[in-house]
Design a protein around this ligand. Structure first.
Ligand SMILES: Cc1cc2nc3c(=O)[nH]c(=O)nc-3n(C[C@H](O)[C@H](O)[C@H](O)COP(=O)(O)OP(=O)(O)OC[C@H]3O[C@@H](n4cnc5c(N)ncnc54)[C@H](O)[C@@H]3O)c2cc1C
Length: 610
């Protein structure tokens, strides 16, 4: 059965769910290993989140500063993640990122160039040296274009505009997926030897976010439902600079590249407040005057970084503090000023337009602000999920055989806070690793002959349930439930957290679960966005609960997780990570697990780079 009509079954050795950078890189790797590969995605090819990436991809190519190396990149990543990172993942990432970027170039990516023709690299928060390979502020577009072209020529099959709602299992192993075509509402079964999740983030669980409509935490929830473990879910990154005005564009990202090019943060009194609070761990790497900070952004190797380029968690909290203290801008943000550089360089407006063309257009078109002449208004926005599916560092296999995860929906590399630019490199390095191993696994294990019909029937019934219910006012309208959830997560489990508020959030989540079970939609399965929203709710509620439970359990402040009732670090919790999984009774369980310590060699590198 299927609630009407036969269900198409599609077979691949490796099925990749997600067509962002991680999914495409995984698919290319698996395809290169000679197995058949299918990629399924919610939207059209080329529309994944990765396309929005602006600032660049971090890789220690040492083209602009020859003091850079994988060891410095590794130590920066560990420091940024407050040492909750998986050290082996941080090592592999730093070692392999340069090769992955050069490979992208060989496949046709046109990066900005140094004067002598090498890939240009720019400064970014938390990176000691200029490290981000970039294409103006449209790096993600170039990356997606290149990977897509390469993937299509490799013979990968793409299944666009199809949402996966369930993973299918056989004897504890993942053997496929169930989904629906978004346009026509028809169901599909994918049968595969191995499945790679590459579904991106969870930003849509919050009301102010830089993420697009696709990022509802599906991969994390699919993995959880299939029995996999999720880790580090308390670590949600609030990017310091999103647009705040007009309301229709609130949350849209303002790239860190603006600060990398010399942009400064000011409160309403014109004070450069970032100089007021420099964390001890960064004191000896941070400029102590404005002139030194400016020289750093212009490539002076003797200068230290301006405080605007401290890690995102810290900058976001400083901005939050200014706003709460009544020193913010008229629309509830602070000022980000790049126009001031006309005091330092000739032709500043042309320079800004050349370096930050996307930002210039974004503010001109959406806010009527000319960033070459006046400051922008910015404030924190939910941006990136450090937590996600627990994976093996070498292979990216989850704790469930046959199920892999890579990119933003996986976890481990970034620990308590991700450095800007480290996501695009993460996608390339671990996307490839996931694809390599998924191909090996699929070859060795083969595909199962049939998927249990009962699983398919259950998935179909679950997907159709909202049509069987009667709409009854706003109480069971999917948009209302989603809106309430987003507002609640923003207010109660946002940038500053307390026990009381998070306990209220847990009660609220239980109430929303009950409402989700009554959510009703009208119309039929074709072109029905209300139905799509109803189906997204289950993932959003799952990841929101995992975030809230993990954040409640972390009774300290570390990285992106800030507890007003526990503002200090707890040394003991610096060695502990939270693991979330489905308990035997179906309820969400949270456990503590030790963080893997670095090997003696990695420890030596960390000490040397302090
Ligand atoms: C505005 C912006 C700027 C950024 N700039 C940078 C930057 O400069 N440098 C950097 O390193 N990082 C940056 N990031 C972060 C980075 O872009 C993302 O973390 C990264 O692109 C995520 O890639 P991914 O491959 O994991 O997933 P995504 O690119 O998010 O792709 C996810 C894919 O999964 C599909 N999908 C999701 N759910 C399902 C489902 N249920 N069924 C089927 N398909 C599904 C989607 O359709 C999509 O194809 C930025 C993020 C934003 C929002």
């Amino acid at each position: 059965m299927s609630g009407g009509g036969p269900i198409d079954t599609i077979e691949h050795d490796v099925l990749v769910i997600g067509a962002g950078g991680a999914g495409l890189r995984a698919a290319i790797a698996a395809s290169a290993a000679g197995v058949s590969v299918g990629v399924v995605c919610k939207s059209l090819l080329g529309k994944a989140h990765t396309v929005m990436a602006e600032g660049g991809v971090a890789a220690a190519l040492a083209n602009v500063d020859d003091r850079d190396s994988w060891t410095v990149h590794f130590a920066d990543t560990m420091r940024g993640g407050q040492h909750l990172n998986d050290p082996r993942m941080a090592e592999l990432h730093a070692r392999e990122a340069p090769e992955r970027v050069r490979e992208l170039e060989a496949w046709g990516a046109l990066f900005d160039r140094t004067k002598d023709g090498r890939i240009l690299q720019r400064n970014f928060g938390g990176h000691r040296y200029p490290r981000l390979a970039h294409v103006g502020d449209r790096t993600g577009l170039e990356m997606i274009r290149t990977l897509q072209d390469h993937g299509i020529h490799a013979g990968i099959t793409f299944h666009m505009e199809c949402t996966v709602t369930r993973l299918l299992t056989d004897g504890g192993r993942v053997v496929g997926a169930f989904g629906y075509e978004r346009e026509r509402g028809r169901f599909r079964v994918y049968r595969a030897g191995a499945v790679v999740l590459a579904t991106g983030g969870i930003g849509r669980a919050y009301s102010i976010t830089s993420n697009s409509w696709e990022y509802t935490g599906d991969g994390q929830a699919l993995a959880y439902e299939a029995g996999a473990e999720l880790i580090d879910m308390e670590f949600v990154q609030f990017h310091p600079t999103g647009m705040v005005w007009p309301p229709s564009v609130r949350g849209i990202l303002v790239t860190e590249g603006v600060r990398g090019e010399g942009g400064i943060l000011l409160n309403k009194d014109g004070r450069r407040f970032m100089f007021d609070d420099i964390p001890p761990a960064y004191q000896n790497q941070t400029a102590d005057n404005e002139d030194e900070g400016w020289r750093y952004t212009q490539g002076d190797k003797g200068a230290r970084r301006p405080p605007e380029l401290l890690t995102r968690d810290h900058v976001a909290r400083c901005i939050n503090r200014e706003i709460k203290a009544g020193r913010g801008s008229p629309h509830g943000g602070v000022f980000l000023d790049i126009a001031w550089i006309k005091q330092r360089i000739k032709n500043a407006p042309e320079h800004i337009k050349k370096k930050l063309p996307g930002m210039y257009h974004q503010f001109m078109e959406l806010a009527g602000v000319d960033i070459t002449q006046e400051p922008m208004e910015v404030g924190p926005t939910t941006h990136y999920m450090m937590g996600g599916v627990r994976v093996d560092a070498e292979s990216q296999m989850s704790t469930v055989p046959g199920l892999y995860a890579a990119g933003e929906c996986a976890a481990g590399l970034h620990g308590a806070n991700r450095l800007g630019g480290n996501s695009l490199s993460d996608l390339l390095v671990f996307g490839k690793r996931a694809g390599d191993d998924a191909a090996r696994f699929a070859r060795e294990q083969g595909r199962v002959r049939t998927v249990a019909p009962a699983q398919v029937d259950a998935a179909a019934r679950e997907a159709l349930a909202p049509f069987d219910r009667t709409p009854a006012g706003d109480g069971n309208n999917p948009y209302q439930v989603q809106h309430t959830l987003q507002g609640m997560m923003q207010d109660l489990v946002g940038i500053v957290r307390t026990k009381q508020e998070m306990e209220r959030a847990l009660e609220g989540l239980a109430a929303l679960r009950a409402r989700e079970a009554r959510v009703a939609v009208t119309g039929n399965r074709e072109y029905n966005p209300g139905w799509h929203t109803a189906l997204d709710l289950s993932s959003l509620l799952c990841v929101s609960e995992a975030v809230t439970r993990s954040a409640l359990a972390r009774t300290e402040s570390r990285g992106a997780h800030f507890r007003e009732d526990h503002p200090e670090k707890d040394v003991a919790l610096g060695h502990v990570r939270h693991v979330v999984k489905r308990g035997p009774d179906g309820a969400m369980q949270l456990e503590r697990a030790p963080v893997t310590p670095p090997s003696p060699e990695l420890l030596r590198i960390i000490e040397e780079q302090r």
